[in-house]
Design a protein around this ligand. Structure first.
Ligand code: DAK
Length: 259
């Protein structure tokens, strides 16, 4: 897969694909093309049978410092309506396989929103999360007010969104925004390690479980429980369920095939 602003390695590790945002001079600012490339890469990786987990990263200095302000500066509301970038962001959200963000440096505005759209976040000690859109006269537009508030609660979300304040990786961990913080030298390794753990499970159960956890953000409890039940039944339609349970009984490691 050849792209201009992202680097994609479908077989970075067994069953793990790595997508690296690659506009280092601009701190990986998310221009329209980069987002289209990301959408296209995630779609093909989601369809690739060999891939079980996707890791998205930037570089040590920046995961992404937000949407490209220079590209947005002269746009009108109607321009944005016509571009309909939300369709691209929705595609990222719809990725069925687990997606892990490996974040170092700045994760701001759309960059923070992109990380939050992923299923888990592994951060380096230098990571800084923020929704500073307010400082340039706009507000978060790709889920920031919703996902951040659900993750960290109203008090901190309101402060971050209304003042543009950044929080450190340690604060983000304490607030429940991210999964873990590790030294800068090993944040990507740590994300791959986490991806490896996920890859060891049944890909079918993993996909259904991801879908069910995400449902918790979209429905009331009753509907969510009903959805979970359907997906739970569905796991029993897989060979992996038989393999997982036989392996337990036979005291061996399961070999999940994704059938
Ligand atoms: N856009 C474009 N260029 C950026 C950028 C950005 N978001 N962030 C940094 N850069 C560029 C800088 O302009 C600079 O380029 P040159 O001047 O060298 O050409 C280069 O990256 C290095 O940046 P700095 O020189 O500023 O580096 P510093 O270390 O001094 O500062 C910083 C780092 C991250 C604190 C600073 O660059 C900064 O404040 N950046 C902007 C952060 C920000 O406000 N982010 C939010 C942007 S608004 C939507 C979906 C999403 C969004 C909108 C719509 N739809 C679905 C419709 C999201 C909106 C946003 O994210």
């Amino acid at each position: 897969m050849n792209f201009e602003f992202i680097l994609v390695t479908p077989n970075f590790a067994p069953h793990i694909a790595l997508v690296q945002l690659n506009r280092p001079k601009e701190l990986n600012a998310l221009n329209l093309q980069l987002m289209l490339e990301l959408k296209s890469a995630l779609k093909s990786l989601d369809e690739d049978e060999m891939v079980r987990c996707i890791v998205i990263t930037g570089n040590q200095q920046a995961f992404a410092a937000g949407a490209d302000i220079k590209q947005m500066e002269s746009k009108t509301a109607i321009d944005l309506l016509k571009i309909d970038q939300f369709e691209t962001w929705d595609q990222i959200r719809k990725t069925k396989k687990p997606v892990i963000a490996a974040v170092s440096g700045f994760a701001l505005g759309g960059g923070c929103e992109l990380a939050m759209t992923c299923d888990m976040i592994v951060a380096s000690e230098s990571a800084k999360f923020g929704q500073p859109e307010i400082k340039i006269g706009i507000m978060p537009g790709a889920g920031g007010t919703q996902r951040l508030t659900r993750a960290v609660g109203k008090a901190l979300a309101m402060e971050m969104v209304l003042t543009g304040k950044f929080i450190s990786a340690a604060e983000a961990l304490k607030a429940g925004l991210i999964n873990r913080v590790v030294p800068e030298e090993i944040y990507l390794d740590e994300a791959i390690k986490l991806a490896n753990e996920v890859c060891a499970m049944s890909p079918i159960a993993t996909q259904l479980a991801k879908e069910s956890v995400n449902k918790a953000f979209e429905t009331g409890l009753q509907e969510g429980l009903f959805f979970e039940r359907k997906n739970f039944y569905m796991t029993f339609a897989s060979e992996d369920q038989k393999e997982g349970m036989s392996a337990f009984v036979e005291k061996r490691k399961p070999a999940f095939k994704g059938h």
